[in-house]
Design a protein around this ligand. Structure first.
Ligand code: DAH
Length: 371
């Protein structure tokens, strides 16, 4: 029996060694030797019939045989599957891989970061404020009295609850009264000035709300960045310098900037700031004859971005109204400041050439993936 076992083992190992290394041949060999009705099973049966004195040695030999065989088959199998893989049996290396989908920042976040980075480089500090405000901060503190027509421009959503916040040391009307969603970031000017002394320059990014019907250029929620710089001797030319650095950094060094007189209750004088059109660089405001388009009718081609005006409005600005300083307890004779406010979506639309504000809020990854 012992000799027979050894003989069969030699033959089996030789057969495995010389067999084809594909899966099917190896599986056939496994069944032939190690299967339920295989050669080893037969040998174990025969061992049971041996006289008990011979059983232990025969049993040991059979176990060695089984182990050697299993090992030989495993080795052959793993080398063969490696080979198969390399040959392209399981893994076709010519197929494109499954790429990792990396997330990216939302275009609005990117734009806010770019705006803030620019002002941080000029010494501004980033500050935030509450989205739920009292009427006082959204309006009165900014010199927008109850009956003033300009209040309409900053209309907003009111909350049903009245504020119950009354903090000691502050007039009750600043903490109580109707609660609302802020319609601009300008209220943060008042919060900051109440709690800090000049000189300072701050930049305030955040969400704002307006009861506007949604269309390609309006949304009930959007983002603004507010700027405020106050010191003993700030001038309008400082505002101009700071905004000129900003517009060039944001839209390219050849970007031109112009100030148009305007009105905001919280600044005096006030201005609206335009940049030369990012698409036509202001070219389309001239006809072939070199005269401004509005003096000619007919021939001129109209730029889709500026409608042929050559200029795009990007923000409101001005020198802080002395009334605002008084409202926060500053002495308007001792301090001066400039302020500005811009819509982030508007900047992003101009920077990336986006045609519809709703795209920012629809969460369509086909749009978002491009940023
Ligand atoms: N708060 C204004 C708005 O929402 C924007 C603005 C204009 C802010 C002029 C300012 C400013 O700080 O000086 O339309």
């Amino acid at each position: 029996m012992k000799d027979k076992i050894r003989e069969i083992e030699q033959a089996a190992l030789a057969e495995i060694g010389s067999s084809d290394s594909d899966r099917d041949s190896l599986e056939a060999l496994r069944i032939k030797y190690l299967g339920r009705k295989g050669i080893l099973a037969e040998l174990f049966k025969k061992m049971a019939e041996l006289p008990s004195a011979e059983k232990p040695e025969a049993g040991q030999l059979l176990n060695f045989f089984k182990n050697n065989l299993t090992k030989a088959l495993d080795e052959k199998f793993s080398s063969s599957s490696e080979l198969e893989k390399r040959r392209g049996g399981e893994l076709d290396i010519t197929l494109p891989g499954i790429s990792e989908r990396l997330g990216s920042r939302h275009p609005i976040t990117k734009t806010i970061n770019a705006i803030c980075d620019c002002f941080i480089s000029m010494g501004f500090m980033v500050v935030e404020g509450p989205e739920i405000e009292t009427e006082h901060y959204n309006f009165e503190a900014l010199n927008i009295p109850l009956e003033h027509p300009s209040r309409d421009a900053f209309d907003t959503f009111y909350l049903k609850t009245e504020s119950s916040r009354v903090e000691t040391g502050k007039p009750a009307n600043r903490q109580t009264g109707k609660l609302l969603l802020r319609s601009h970031t300008s209220p943060v000017q008042a919060h900051f000035m109440e709690n800090n002394k000049p000189p300072f320059s701050i930049i305030v990014p955040g969400r704002v709300y307006r009861p506007d019907a949604t269309d390609a250029s309006h949304s009930f929620m959007f983002h603004q960045v507010e700027g405020l710089a106050v010191s003993g001797k700030i001038k309008f030319s400082d505002l101009k310098g700071v905004l000129s650095v900003f517009t060039k950094q944001m839209f390219g060094k050849d970007t031109k900037m112009r100030f148009r007189p305007s009105f905001f209750p919280f600044t005096e004088p006030s201005a609206e700031v335009d940049i030369s059109c990012v698409l036509c660089s202001g070219e389309s405001s001239l006809t072939e004859t070199g005269k401004p388009a509005n003096r000619q009718t007919g021939k001129q081609h109209r730029c889709s971005m500026c409608g042929g005006k050559g200029w795009l409005e990007i923000l409101g600005a001005g020198m802080v109204n002395p009334k605002v300083f008084e409202n926060v307890g500053y002495d308007p004779k001792k301090v001066a400041g400039f302020a500005f406010g811009m819509g982030v979506e508007r900047i992003a639309i101009l920077k990336y050439g986006i045609s519809d504000i709703r795209m920012f809020f629809e969460n369509d990854v086909r749009f978002l993936r491009q940023f």
